[in-house]
Structures are given as C-alpha cells and as structure tokens.
Write a protein that binds this ligand. Structure first.
Ligand code: CA
Length: 241
C-alpha cells in the first residue's frame, strides 16, 4: 500500500498495551503501515513515554493497564492540551468504557478482537482526518463492490443483500470483503487467517470455519463454497439467492 503522502519520515506510534501477544500483533502490523512503533506495557511508563518521547502520530491505548488505566492516561494528555490522535482498545461489551473514552477525547476506539484489516483501516482513517485529507482513499482498495444481489461499502462498512442491510461484525465484514474482492479464488484457511486475522497461529483453523458458518447464515450459503482439500471460494450464486 502507498505510504501517506509525501512524508519524509515514518509515522511514530506509541502502543500502550500490557498483553504481550496483543502488543506484538499491534507492533507487527503498525510497522507495516509503515510506522515506527514503540511499545509500553505499563500505564505509568506509557504516560511518561507519551509525554516525553514525542511527538507521536498515534497512541494506541489499552483501557485496562497496570499502573495507570487508559482513561486516566487519555484524560491527563488532553488536560495538558496534547492533541495526539488516540485509538483506544476495549474488551468486548465494554460500552461504558467506549463512551467515557470518546468523551475524554480519544479519537476512535476498537473492540478486541479486531482484524488486521480493521486496524489498518482505522489508523489510516485517523491519519486522513488529522491530515485534513478527506475524500479519496489513499490505498488501492475500492470503496465499494457488488456481486449479484450482494453489495458492500468498505468506507461505511455496510452490506446489503438485495436491498436489505445485513448486520455483520467487523471480522465478518473483513472476511466477506476478502472473498468478494476476488470471486472464484480458493482461499486456504491459513490465507484467510493471514489476511483477515493477521495471524498464522496453529490451531486457529476452526475459528475460520466458525466465522464462515456465521457468514453463510447471514448472507446465504450460496456465496461461499467449500473447496475440499483447499478451503473456501466465493461465487455469485446461480439464480435467485
Ligand atoms: Ca489490558
């Protein structure tokens, strides 16, 4: 993907996250954006890095941290007038945290678990807003696509089947987008894990199956075919779906 504009130096990102697996995953994929990533596992050390080792182009901030929580870090930075873009990470179902985080001045939030596609999309969107560059997408992904009775809008992250909107989770959307981008192509479970989940972790294959089944229940089984010995393939169904 193209880098953001004509910047001469890479973006600098501070990740404050105490779960090592999550911190590694974030660092790995933020680096690919590209960005220079520094990680802190403790809230107090994170705040210190935020204040003293900047300027930062982004802080990815976990809510539950040892030492000092994400909400306190966010509040402290904003009260000091720091306008650094902040992307908060929250556990599933923590709506209170979300509202509080946004009220305290976080720019966006993301619920764990999230896909690597979603992470990239959110961060690029944040930087576009910061750069004041609304409008065309800076990457080479189309903004929307359709296949028979199925329509997808990547910017709005919405899906319609005929004219009825289908409610998908972030992961389900990314999975369907990955398929619909390349109809007819057979994807192995490992490829899907790599592209959508951003991991090649052994034993995650059943996760793919589970999400495919949920997706089939939502958009109809006709779109996603099992390819024996390979994985899955997206096709426009014959006749009415
Ligand atoms: Ca945590």
């Amino acid at each position: 993907m193209p880098s953001a504009g004509a910047r001469s130096s890479p973006r600098r990102v501070l990740v404050i996250e105490d779960e090592p697996d999550m911190a590694n995953l974030l660092s790995l994929h933020l680096t690919e954006l590209p960005a220079e990533v520094q990680a802190q596992v403790d809230g107090l050390a994170g705040l210190r890095a935020a204040q003293q080792h900047g300027p930062w182009d982004l802080i990815v901030l976990d809510l539950r941290l040892p030492g000092l929580g994400g909400i306190d870090i966010c509040r402290t930075l904003r009260q000091a007038g720091d306008r650094v873009p902040i992307l908060m990470l929250t556990a599933r179902g923590a709506e209170l945290d979300r509202v509080l985080g946004l009220e305290l001045g976080a720019d966006d939030y993301m619920t764990k678990p999230f896909s690597v596609l979603e992470l990239g999309a959110r961060v690029r969107a944040l930087w576009r807003r910061v750069d004041g560059r609304a409008g065309p997408q800076p990457d080479d992904e189309p903004a929307a696509l359709s296949c028979g009775t199925l329509r997808m809008n990547r910017v709005q992250r919405r899906v319609w089947l005929r004219e009825t909107e289908v409610s998908l989770t972030g992961l389900e959307f990314d999975l369907l987008w990955c398929f619909a981008r390349e109809p007819g192509r057979a994807f192995s479970r490992g490829e899907l894990l790599d592209r959508v989940w951003g991991t090649q972790h052994d034993g995650y294959e059943h996760t793919v199956n589970t999400h495919i089944n949920r997706l089939r229940n939502k958009v109809g089984a006709g779109f996603i075919h099992t390819v024996w010995g390979r994985g899955y393939r997206f096709e426009q169904p014959d006749g009415p779906t």
